[in-house]
Design a protein around this ligand. Structure first.
Ligand code: NAD
Length: 355
């Protein structure tokens, strides 16, 4: 009885956004999917190439800060659901150049919210309309070794320009519900990994460097803790939130998989030794090199996902071990996807971060 969803997915050519686009197109073939993505260094249209011919799929290259473009798209496509992933997402880059983070994450989110509010008012709101704002657990800051994991009521305490800009965007999404009644929902998720992850991030970086026989840079003492979630499990959580989540609410999403960075790198080395043929350096852990710590490096993140589990019935489907295996197998069979991303710009960035 419900009308088909007509989704605008921002940042759909990035890591999580593209996995979500694939998820949605596989599960809900009669829904309309419009991707808006600026194709920054982190966006890759190749990731969506199998979908380009589908009748219900459209890709638009453009900036979420472009109000006229966003207004036109919402109107022309009669959008009733926004899934907002577009962001500058890399902490190290936010330390080198915070400007783009404030622009895209804060101003861009504001632009989408404001455009959606007017469009939503104008077309007559429906109960199933949603604006899903996809965010991070990094807005909560850092945890001590014995602290309880982050819950939805943990106070915000962002420590990097990235997390501060995401915190700003979360507050706007929240305010649009409380002030205007726009049906926003916020999700704060832990670290993701999986297919289509840009090589600068920890897991693909390690896999690719192992394949190339290059040093594996580990920040500080390697004892920082992250809570890892397979990207497809994040997508199933977001699907659940769009269908069953309550507007105005926040849901934390995590896999209950706290791992120290150094232990994670060891796991990756062992799996690569087992799965990859002809590694240049074996055992791969000989490549591990400790580098100067990242400034403001949060010590520990961990998510308490009780709310989404008990209220919405979501749970992750794979363990870290299984997810890492699938991820490594994907990188081993998709060199044509990642190899071109190791561009000159990437090498320059890499040299600055691990100088
Ligand atoms: P990503 O960097 O891989 O992708 C971001 C995408 O947004 C890219 O395709 C890029 O081209 C696009 N983009 C950037 N600026 C834009 C602009 N001004 N207009 C239009 N498009 C623009 O990021 P990701 O890792 O997929 O993260 C997606 C979202 O999920 C982000 O909001 C991030 O904060 C959040 N998140 C990420 C993680 C994680 O572990 N990666 C965890 C929790 C939450």
């Amino acid at each position: 009885s419900q009308e088909p969803r007509r989704l605008l997915i921002t940042g759909g050519a990035g890591f999580i956004g593209s996995n979500f686009v694939h998820h949605w197109c596989e599960h809900y073939k009669s829904d309309r999917v419009v991707v808006l993505d600026a194709l920054t260094y982190a966006g890759n249209r190749n990731t969506l190439k199998e979908l380009e011919g589908l009748e219900n799929f459209r890709f638009v290259q453009g900036d979420i800060c472009d109000r006229a473009l966003v207004d036109n798209l919402l109107e022309e496509e009669a959008i009733n659901t926004v899934a907002h992933f577009a962001a500058e997402s890399h902490v190290d880059r936010s330390i080198l150049g915070p400007d783009a983070f404030v622009r895209t994450n804060v101003v861009g989110t504001f632009t989408l919210l404001e455009s959606f509010r007017q469009h939503w008012d104008g077309r007559g709101s429906k109960n199933s309309d949603r604006f899903l704002h996809v965010s991070t657990d990094e807005v909560y800051g850092t945890l001590g070794p014995d602290d309880h994991p982050f819950t939805e009521t943990t106070p915000y305490a962002p420590n990097s320009p990235y997390s501060a800009s995401k915190a700003g965007s979360d507050h706007l999404a929240r305010a649009y519900y409380h002030t205007y009644g726009v049906p926003t929902i916020i999700t704060n998720c832990s670290n993701n990994y999986g297919p289509y992850h840009f090589p600068e991030k920890l897991i693909p970086l390690m896999c690719i460097n192992i394949l190339l026989g290059k040093p594996l840079p580990v920040y500080g003492d390697g004892q920082n803790i992250r809570d890892w979630l397979y990207v497809r499990d994040h997508c199933s959580a977001l699907d659940t939130v769009i269908h069953k989540g309550v507007p105005g609410e926040t849901y934390n999403v995590g896999g209950n998989n706290e791992v120290k960075n150094l232990d994670l790198v060891h796991m990756l080395c062992d799996l690569m030794d087992e799965l990859a043929p002809n590694l240049p350096v074996k055992p791969a852990k000989e490549l591990i090199t400790f580098v100067k710590d990242r400034p403001g490096h949060d010590r520990r993140y961990a998510i308490d996902a009780t709310k989404i589990k008990t209220e919405l019935g979501w749970s992750p489907s794979v363990t870290v071990e299984e997810g890492l295996r699938q991820t490594i197998e994907w990188y081993l069979t998709h060199e044509d996807w990642w190899r071109p991303l190791l561009s000159k710009e990437y090498q320059e960035y890499y040299a600055r971060v691990y100088a």
